[in-house]
Ligand binder design. Structure first.
Ligand SMILES: Nc1ncnc2c1ncn2[C@@H]1O[C@H](COP(=O)(O)OP(=O)(O)OP(=O)(O)O)[C@@H](O)[C@H]1O
Length: 590
């Protein structure tokens, strides 16, 4: 229809919503293209000429990478041309947050949803980046790895990354891991940030030997249990820490799990020369960067247990100065046992100007996406009802890992199974957390209500399960959580290796004996490797086989309908409920 007088033809619906042509972005050497893409929008990026990398992982030329719900940057050392195009819009399932505050986007251009190139919410080219600094750190670590390789009795670098929230700690971990794998190293990457999962769901603390490249499109990627993967699968060792902050429960749950992880990582390094030479990279939670006495105590625990040799502090002068005072040039915790003169180095690194604050809505979407892709592989296809009762013969326990979900969301769809379970047959445990960080509800944690040895009387961290002992650093032998952290004590020569001491700390873990409550619906339950009647400390210290999602609760019949990543009978193991964290994810099963 033409408009009277103007003789303009009204655009057809198709042309109104037709995606704009792709945009070409030329990057000069040493610059990066920063972008933010909302959840529900997809943007396709192709490297046309030159070389470029996404947080340390090189992009393949002429391959299309699809990003959704991402804030990131593509950096080039030598210059490159990128093609940015809008992808299809993704229909978000019910209850799936649309990507944070900045998602008040115009429904323009294809699936982009924003005004930037390809429909990015925001995008720009930055000439100033800390990449030279970060790569220098990589080369310094490489020198240490080389020394470990040539002098057989030396270990590779054990790196701890610290800083406030959104300072770029995880990004630096990715960059250092990406560079290490590129030169054929196999570092062990440890995630001590329960707010975001690494190759697993949020609420997990993991250690993974990285032998191959990181998934560019999916953050750390996933470790699909029941489907193919575009890049080699990495199998994380997973511990469940169903709390949002390491400081919760006064660190009484976080610290023992860190000890367990450190023990496993050290054992792996003792057995695997490649891992020993490449060393460890530990990513931490922003809460530890606050520099409070409690946070410093946890940092000290990590430094001791992992025998950290290099501390990298990003974005906080105050924390850097505390770390220098406490640790710089002090012997590492393994120096005494190995009779070496290895000393800790503390380095300050610049925070990238590209680091963006992620609001609660965005983080909620990130976390839900992680959980969704654990079960379904692809967030976009994840609202389909899961197939009926499980029939497949495979068992969760056969994999021995808690990975799940598919990498490269556009290519992989997993097939989880639902099944009914008798609540009475389950050995379900729940953490009763408290602290100023948590809101008050019926789960009040009162240490006096738990017996001193962690409820079960056996708080063994020993691989063999010796009774009534726990792995604690020497300086924590008498650690009472009410005693503030004393940097002077930490900086003394008491950096000795872990020893076994009596665990006098209360454990806020309790068996769930009430009838099933509706609060179980839409939450995750971790399947541990511990026996159903194992001691509370053993359950806390057990690694995780996998997770199930509670789709429905029939309180009257005492039945749960659960979604599991693979079919088969539910293993008869102790289960731990992630009531508070990762909390409720609504609408995973239609
Ligand atoms: N150079 C950059 N350009 C664009 N975005 C970036 C850049 N560096 C980091 N970001 C983004 O900033 C956000 C925060 O970075 P990152 O997750 O590394 O911080 P963090 O310190 O690990 O945060 P937290 O303590 O909350 O886990 C992420 O979404 C990351 O992708």
């Amino acid at each position: 229809m033409s408009l009277p007088g103007l003789e303009l033809a009204e655009a057809s619906i198709e042309s109104q919503y037709a995606p704009p042509p792709p945009t070409q972005i030329n990057l000069r050497a040493g610059s990066e293209w920063r972008f933010e893409i909302a959840f529900g929008a997809t943007v396709r990026v192709k490297l046309l000429t030159g070389t470029a990398e996404f947080f340390g992982t090189e992009l393949a030329p002429l391959q299309t990478y699809t990003f959704t719900g991402t804030k990131g940057a593509i950096y080039t050392w030598h210059g490159c041309a990128l093609e940015i195009a809008a992808g299809e819009a993704v229909n978000l399932p019910n209850g799936f947050a649309p990507g944070g505050s900045s998602s008040t986007t115009a429904p323009n251009a294809g699936g982009g949803g924003g005004y930037g190139a390809g429909g990015c919410q925001s995008e720009y080219i930055a000439e100033e980046t800390p990449m030279v600094e970060y790569s220098n750190v990589h080369f310094a670590l490489e020198t240490m790895r080389h020394e470990a390789q040539t002098e057989g009795d030396k270990d590779g670098p054990r790196v701890l990354i610290l800083g406030p929230e959104n300072a770029g700690k995880t990004t630096l971990t990715k960059i250092l891991t990406g560079y290490a794998t590129k030169v054929d190293r196999q570092p062990i990457v440890v995630n001590l940030d329960p707010t975001e999962g690494m190759l697993s769901v949020p609420g997990t603390l993991t250690a993974t030997a990285f032998r191959s490249m990181i998934d560019v499109e999916e953050g750390w990627g996933n470790s699909p249990m029941s489907g193919p993967s575009a890049i080699p699968v990495k199998l994380p060792l997973v511990y469940f820490y169903p709390m949002k902050s390491p400081l919760e429960a006064d660190g009484n749950v976080f610290k023992p799990i860190v000890s367990r992880l450190a023990l496993s990582v050290t054992a792996r390094m003792a057995e695997d020369d490649d891992a020993r030479e490449a060393g460890i990279i530990v990513d931490t939670d922003g809460m530890l960067g606050q520099g409070t006495p409690k946070a410093l105590e946890l940092i000290n625990h990590i430094v001791t247990e992992f025998s950290i040799s290099t501390i990298l502090v990003i974005g906080s002068e105050r924390l850097y100065s505390t770390m220098v005072r406490t640790y710089d040039q002090k012997p590492t915790s393994s120096a005494a046992t190995t009779h070496s003169d290895e000393r800790i180095t503390v380095l300050k690194l610049s925070k990238s100007g590209g680091c963006v604050d992620r609001d609660d809505a965005f983080m909620k979407a990130v976390n839900e996406n992680q959980i969704r892709s654990y079960f379904f592989g692809n967030a976009a296809t994840s609202t389909v009802s899961a197939g009926g009762a499980a029939t497949a013969a495979s068992s969760l326990s056969s994999t021995g890992v808690a990975g799940g979900g598919g990498s490269n969301s556009n290519k992989i769809t997993l097939s989880p199974h639902t099944q009914q379970l008798d609540f009475d047959l389950l050995a379900l445990y729940n953490y009763l957390t408290t602290s100023s960080l948590t809101d008050g509800d019926e789960d009040e944690y009162d240490p006096s209500s738990f017996n001193a040895s962690g409820g079960g009387g056996d708080s063994s961290f020993l691989p063999g399960g010796a009774a009534s002992a726990s792995l604690q650093s020497t300086q924590h032998a008498s650690s009472n959580n009410t005693i503030p952290y004393d940097p002077a004590a930490a900086s003394s020569s008491s950096f000795s290796t872990s020893t076994l001491t009596t665990d006098t700390q209360a454990l806020p873990l309790k068996k769930f004996t009430q009838p099933p409550t509706l609060a179980l619906a839409n939450t995750l339950i971790a399947i541990t490797h511990a026996a159903p009647n194992a001691t509370l400390a053993d359950i806390r210290d057990s690694s995780i086989m996998g997770f199930v999602y509670v789709a429905d609760v029939d309180a009257e019949k005492k039945k749960l309908r659960i979604l599991a990543p693979v079919g088969g009978r539910m293993p008869g193991r102790a289960l731990v409920w992630g009531k508070k964290w990762p909390g409720e994810v609504v609408g995973l099963v239609g």
